[in-house]
Design a protein around this ligand. Sequence first.
Ligand code: CA
Ligand code: CA
Ligand code: CA
Ligand code: CA
Length: 292
Amino acid sequence: MKKFRSISATMLFLILVAKLVTSSANERPICTDLTDQRYPAISGARIVWADVRNGNWETYMYDLRTGKKNRVTLGINNQRYPAIWGDRIVWADVRNGNWDIYMYDLATGAETPICTNPGFQRHPAISGDRIVWEDYRNGNPDIYLYDLSTHREIPICTDPNYQEDPAISGDRIIWMDFRDGNWDIYMYDIATGIETAIYTDPYSQRYPGISGDRIVWADDSSGTWDVYTYELSTGKKTQITSGLNSQRYPAISGDRIVWEDYRNGNADIYLYDLSLTPILCPPVPHSDSYEY
Ligand SMILES: [Ca+2]
Ligand SMILES: [Ca+2]
Ligand SMILES: [Ca+2]
Ligand SMILES: [Ca+2]
């Protein structure tokens, strides 16, 4: 009996420690409005996402330095999948009757069409002068790039299978690829012209983001969608979130990761800071409902 009490006391202590640990400051909500906030992206202290609070998808931005949140794009058309680099925001827009890629400069207020091909262009990403997106002009999703400095558009991957949701950091372009029968992460290096399979286990790796040597993606290997980091130089994979509800669409800038989170019953935006001691986020059970 005495031994049992001592084990119970140890367990209670461990539970208390676990509670303290999981309430660490690694993770925090950025926007938990009751409508859906989706497809976040981050550049330095600026976080953008698509927000449906006004009845159509618009781009919102939160600045970690000022704590200010504001709507960036206006209009009645659906604007989804925003991405940001410095003052430049890119997104996919249906104003012309099919998905196109547009750019907005926060410093000048100028809006520029980037690709208005009659096919679907979605899921853009930006790094410096380079903008990449997923393009359906060839009858299946491929990866295309536009360079703002040369005004040239070039195909990056036109494999006949599905290549979707690219991300870019410097010379590195990554995307999710279905050519092996499940979603994997592939990379193209602009400097070398070489395409590489980065991560190809039998589970789904989707919605990748990249910042320098670090890649993030959502992975269903735990049974639900969780966010993982992967270091290109070491091949080390680390689980960031856990729980029965979904964390998807991660993006990364330096030590900061943002994602779309369903723990509160609708899509919210959360932030995780890797510069603090990495700790697995607490599981929060909840049901999900979302479209791709
Ligand atoms: Ca189009
Ligand atoms: Ca393809
Ligand atoms: Ca896979
Ligand atoms: Ca929400």
